[in-house]
Ligand binder design. Structure first.
Ligand SMILES: Cc1cc2nc3c(=O)[nH]c(=O)nc-3n(C[C@H](O)[C@H](O)[C@H](O)COP(=O)(O)OP(=O)(O)OC[C@H]3O[C@@H](n4cnc5c(N)ncnc54)[C@H](O)[C@@H]3O)c2cc1C
Length: 402
């Protein structure tokens, strides 16, 4: 069977291409200036050196298209419309992260215009403090005008599994997923997602509109090996739909684009979990019965692997040891539903907080999370503040905290 596209309703299609979008519009502010870099979207690949030079206006789809021509890739996110710039400066978690680290771990060098108007290079050799801060500290240190990434051999096809369990078996499916991932090799990039079954084929009709748990994994290595390893993610319960297939890596990278259509309303909360305990799973299950809105997802993003082998102080991104990131991503259509959807999201997020590391992913902060800077930058917070003072003493770049 062909891979399932994560569209939530028939007819809904993303309208945005070639422009970046953040969870909460962090690139936009009142009484300030927004610099539109979307025309600077070139991607140049040196296949021999396995290096890509990427403009700040490129989206992940631009980067994947250019690098996959050479059978190469680096870690991105799971939605091809996301800007390379914002995603990388804050972290960059995607299917390849357990193999090759976060997007920011693959940075070789950056070019930046800092608050004093200077165009600087940042790498381990030039302005290393700025290079450190930009890898995880976000857009607070200047306008990045070029990214240089290390690439890896990936694809052009990778193995992918998508297994959908009924919501009634969520507790069992999530326990199984946790145990599978505890033994999975780094090449497995995976996530578990609670979602509403869309009213489309190939989902069985009697499950349309009901809650389901999707276990999704891909393997960034040899195809035969990947098909074998991912067979393991299917060995549980009675799924309502179950797919194991080779898929072009570039297609995998677009398979979630339709899960969050343009024009809908969104509210996100997330936190890293220290473990996926039985108690955490049971807490989730008591809250997940009716998801507010067709575009709502509750997600467990698997970390570990190469992400966890980088020292928390090596880059500004400190959350190296958490095995899972837990996200409550509510999406709905009608403004009059705002209070219900936002209230539901906050309630579930709070119920899961006892299982959290206390840390939060800077790239998933919503508009009301400005008090979470310490949680986002953890032990690296004070060093980031000092570097901010050096490169932007008057706080020219203010969005997302200074
Ligand atoms: C649908 C969706 C799916 C997502 N999936 C993932 C995922 O799989 N993995 C993941 O890690 N994250 C994911 N994210 C989160 C994503 O990483 C953040 O939203 C990120 O901020 C997006 O960056 P952007 O460039 O698209 O957004 P923007 O809003 O343009 O920028 C975000 C921030 O970065 C700053 N910035 C942008 N460009 C530059 C630059 N050139 N120089 C300096 N600062 C700059 C902006 O000022 C702003 O503060 C997802 C978000 C959405 C909405």
């Amino acid at each position: 069977m062909a891979a399932v596209n994560f569209a939530r309703e028939e007819g809904l299609r993303p309208t945005m291409r070639g422009g970046a979008h953040g969870v909460a519009g962090h690139a936009v502010c009142d009484n300030g200036l927004m610099i539109d870099l979307s025309l600077m979207n070139s991607v140049t690949v040196d296949p021999a050196a396995r290096v890509a030079r990427v403009g700040p206006g490129a989206v992940l789809g631009d980067m994947d298209a250019a690098t996959q021509k050479h059978g190469l890739a680096t870690t991105g996110g799971v939605d091809s419309r996301t800007g390379v710039a914002g995603l990388t400066l804050g972290g960059g978690m995607g299917w390849l992260a357990r193999s090759f680290g976060l997007a920011l771990d693959n940075l070789i060098a950056l070019e930046v215009v800092t608050a004093d108007g200077q165009h600087r290079s940042a790498s381990n050799d030039e302005n290393p403090d700025l290079f450190w801060a930009l890898r995880g500290g976000g857009g607070r240190f200047g306008v990045v005008t070029a990214f240089e990434f290390q690439l890896h051999k990936v694809g052009p096809e990778v193995a992918m599994a998508q297994v959908f369990h009924p919501g009634s078996d969520a507790a069992g499916a999530l326990r199984f997923f946790r145990d599978y991932m505890a033994k999975a090799p780094d090449q497995v990039g995976a996530g578990a997602m609670v979602m509403t079954v869309p009213p489309v084929e190939p989902f069985p009709e009697d499950h349309h509109g009901k809650t389901a748990v999707a276990l999704v994994g891909c393997y960034s290595g040899a195809m035969e090996e990947g098909m074998q390893v991912l067979q393991g993610i299917r060995e549980y319960g009675n799924p309502i739909l179950d797919v194991l297939t080779p898929i072009p890596y570039a297609d995998l990278q677009q398979s979630f684009d339709q899960a969050t259509p343009e024009g809908a309303r969104y509210y996100w909360k997330s936190q890293y979990l220290s473990e996926l305990s039985d108690e955490a799973i049971d807490t989730l299950v008591t809250h997940m019965e009716s998801l507010p809105g067709p575009f709502t997802t509750i997600a467990f993003e698997c970390m570990g692997g190469a992400i966890s082998r980088v020292d928390p102080a090596e880059t500004a991104f400190p959350h190296r040891k958490a095995p899972f990131n837990f996200g409550v991503w509510a999406g709905w259509a009608e403004p009059e539903y705002d209070d219900i959807a936002i209230g539901w999201t906050r309630k579930l997020h709070e119920a899961m907080t006892p299982y959290s590391t206390g840390g939060v992913y800077a790239n998933y902060l919503d508009h009301d999370d400005s008090d979470k800077m310490k949680a986002a930058f953890g032990e690296n917070h004070d060093r980031l503040q000092a570097i901010k003072k050096k490169y932007d003493p008057y706080g020219l770049f203010r969005i997302g905290g200074s």
